[in-house]
Write a protein that binds this ligand. Structure first.
Ligand SMILES: [Zn+2]
Length: 471
């Protein structure tokens, strides 16, 4: 008889080095920071495992971290709720259901001499400008309390310095475009438009998207006026990360196993909370180039050790994240990114040292590329991907970096490929043709619904006899 004790599958540890990928840098002689960095630990992992490159949404498509993580986790076929809602959850807030939310920030701007008089963004509030943020927060809260646009009432909840979550009570749609240019050097403060999907759907969906885009435009123009009158330099309110939560989503249901995240920021805490994952928060100590990765690796190792002691409630997926390479990439100094990657390399020692014990499948990759030499924010360039574990067929790539890993045995992986691949290497692939529950999950589910026990007083009805069924 098969028992739980006979399971031979393994936990998966997925480490994301945020923004790891890059493109060839002129200042590095055409190499990337990963290729130039001294990375003995990642080289060892590459030697002991199989490699490839991660191209989250296909060649050329740049992506944000939240969208690629969502897909990497195995949630790709589930509606993404929006980052503003996740960040609100991550700071302990309670995003209302069926109500649109956005991220709202204040920027400094200047009217251009373009024919359309567009406002160009010329500055963002620094992390130390608490005082300006507090004044702006009070102005915006007063303004929200004073207006109602087309029966929509607005509310702000403070997120970080100069950043809020904007909630539109009574609005029935979040389907409008961003007003935050994101690409400040190219785009102006943008007009909110109903998105094409809503227009093409027609009916109430189109009407509600039109209604909220008009209300948002009036709201932001009024907020701009209120901020300007208060004398604040940062008087351009911008919105992005449209969010909408309906029923929620469960990692255990969608992926099939219990997952845990070792987090250090509101976004990832929110993701864990939204998906019902186990959450261990390990903050980033000041001055650490790897932003606390070694502490988070230790937390991941102890989650796995707890599994060995505890037969119930085993954790089959642990995610560990550091934003260090992405932040370094955004400084546009390849040397800073090299230093961040080298610090991450050291921080991974405890995990790579444990590979000898054949206890888990370990994968390291990035969620996107962050080019460190051009003005690009993120890009769709290939990002290193390596995986090692008891069943991994070792290939002959032996150095970490994009160029070497482009000829790795795993080829090019999309974000959606990562969860099925890792759970398969951990000996629990979903079995196509088998239906152990309502959905199809990235891994063979741990706990499909068991048949309820029959009652003694009302024993199960016996199956029909041959005669009965052919009567
Ligand atoms: Zn970034």
């Amino acid at each position: 008889m098969t028992t739980w004790a006979q399971r031979d599958d393994h936990p998966v540890v997925l480490v994301t080095l945020d923004g790891l990928g890059d493109r060839p840098c002129r200042s590095l002689g055409g190499r990337t920071p990963s290729e130039v960095a001294r990375t003995p630990v990642l080289d060892e992992l590459t030697r002991r495992g199989a490699g490839g490159v991660h191209v989250p949404f296909g060649p050329g498509w740049a992506t944000s971290s939240e969208r690629s993580h969502w897909a990497m986790f195995g949630m790709g076929s589930v509606a993404f709720p929006g980052r503003a809602a996740l960040e609100l959850l991550g700071i302990g807030g309670h995003p209302p259901r069926s109500t649109p939310m956005w991220h709202l920030a204040i920027r400094r701007g200047e009217r251009s001499n373009r024919a359309d008089g567009a406002m160009m963004i010329t500055g963002r509030l620094g992390r130390e400008q608490h005082d300006v943020s507090a004044i702006a927060g009070a102005v915006l809260a007063d303004y929200c309390a004073s207006i109602r646009i087309d029966d929509i009432e607005f509310e702000i909840v403070a997120l970080r310095v100069g950043e809020w979550v904007l909630i539109a009570h009574g609005a029935m749609s979040h389907e409008i475009s961003d007003t935050d240019p994101l690409f400040d050097n190219r785009h102006p403060w943008m007009r909110p438009l109903p998105i094409r999907e809503a227009i093409e759907a027609g009916g109430a969906r189109e009407v509600q998207a039109m209604r909220v885009s008009n209300a948002m435009e009036q709201f932001l123009l009024g907020a701009h006026d209120a901020l300007r009158r208060s004398g604040i330099d940062y008087d351009v309110p911008t919105t992005k990360w449209a969010s909408w939560i309906d029923g929620g989503a469960s990692f255990a249901d969608e992926v099939g196993v219990t997952g845990a995240m070792v987090t250090s920021s509101a976004l990832y805490r929110g993701l864990a909370r939204y998906l019902g994952m186990i959450e261990v928060d390990v903050s980033a100590p000041a001055g650490d180039l790897a932003l606390g990765l070694s502490d988070r690796v230790a937390a991941a190792v102890s989650l796995i050790d707890d599994n060995a002691r505890n037969d119930n409630g085993r954790i089959d997926f642990v995610h560990v994240h550091t934003k260090a390479p992405d932040e370094a990439g955004h400084t546009k100094d390849p040397a800073a990114k090299i230093a961040a990657i080298e610090a991450c390399d050291v921080a991974l020692t405890a995990l790579v040292d444990r590979l000898d014990r054949d206890e888990f499948v370990l994968a390291v990759t990035g969620d996107h590329a962050t080019p460190s030499e051009t003005l690009l924010l993120h890009s769709g360039d290939p990002t290193p991907f390596i995986v090692a574990g008891p069943d991994v067929r070792v290939d002959d790539v032996d150095a970490f970096g994009e160029t070497a890993l482009l000829s790795g045995s795993l080829g090019r992986l999309r974000a959606d490929d990562i969860a099925p691949l890792l759970h398969s290497l951990a000996r629990r692939p979903f079995f196509i043709g088998h239906r152990p529950g309502a959905g199809i999950s990235a891994a063979l589910p741990d706990t499909p619904a068991a048949m309820p026990p029959g009652s003694r007083d009302f024993p199960p009805v016996p199956p029909p006899t041959y005669e009965e069924s052919h009567a």
